[in-house]
Design a protein around this ligand. Structure first.
Ligand code: C5P
Length: 233
């Protein structure tokens, strides 16, 4: 069964913990990103972990020595998922995976492929060889898989292909979840919860549609219901 995590994209502990409190009985986990981590420090991870599973989404992208030492430091926290950019390369990804095993053996290490806010036009402006975002995800997913990581972050639209190629055990974590796909905000490659689950996504990440809602509980239940629909058939 796919899980639903809420992205705690805030700059203060009070707001983040308020969302945790309101959602703790309905949500599967929480994503702590750069904004909250940089504003509140490591302690926020301990506090959020009291409400559920934590995906620490800091998307590291630096030289091997820096990424490896930093990840070794944060892996001691109560986190079940951490990530780094696939663009770090297979050397860094391989060493990170090995060293995490000794520090936090149950922690999954995920590679970020192309951000869900990136589309073909952005790739074109960066002068990538292929200006097709799906092709770039394919290349990076293969790199992540061959480096021995547990899965990737990708858009809901790429999940089918990734699962077909790398199998069900290779986790797909998908942001860009919108009940109404016309309300994209700054996302480009979005899908409904139902489509994402149907495509085979393992963890759906949803931020603004949940934490900006007037009735957070109801939105979570609606999304969960949509996700569960697939299994009821
Ligand atoms: O508010 P929204 O649902 O768009 O939030 C999506 C969350 O997922 C944000 O915290 C964003 O940083 C994160 N994310 C993403 N695309 C990726 C990786 C992470 O949107 N490729």
């Amino acid at each position: 069964m796919a899980k639903l995590f809420v992205a705690l994209d805030f700059d203060n502990e009070e707001k983040a913990l308020e969302i945790c409190q309101k959602s703790k009985n309905y949500i599967d986990g929480y994503k702590i990103g750069l904004e909250l981590f940089c504003s509140c420090g490591k302690d926020i991870v301990n506090k959020v972990a009291e409400f559920g599973e934590v995906f620490l989404d800091l998307k590291f992208h630096d030289i091997p020595n820096t990424v490896i030492k930093t990840i070794e430091s944060i892996a001691k926290l109560p986190v079940s998922i951490i990530n780094l950019h696939a663009l770090c390369g297979s050397y860094t990804m391989g060493i990170v995976k090995d060293s995490i095993k000794g520090i936090n053996p149950n922690c999954k290490v995920i590679g970020v492929t192309m951000l869900t806010s990136v589309d073909n036009n952005i790739l074109k402006s960066l002068n990538f060889n292929s200006c097709n975002v799906g092709e770039q995800v394919d290349i990076l997913a293969e790199l992540v898989y061959n480096s021995g990581l547990d899965g990737i972050v990708c858009s809901p639209q790429e999940v089918i292909k990734v699962k077909k190629k790398f199998g069900n055990d290779f986790l797909t974590i998908v942001p860009g979840i919108r009940q109404n796909t016309n309300e994209k905000d700054d996302q480009k490659r979005v899908a409904t919860p139902k489509e994402a689950v149907k495509n085979g996504a393992d963890i759906l990440i949803c931020g603004r549609p949940i934490y900006n809602a007037k009735d957070i509980k109801q939105v979570i239940l609606d999304i969960k219901n949509e996700m569960g629909d697939i299994y009821a058939r």
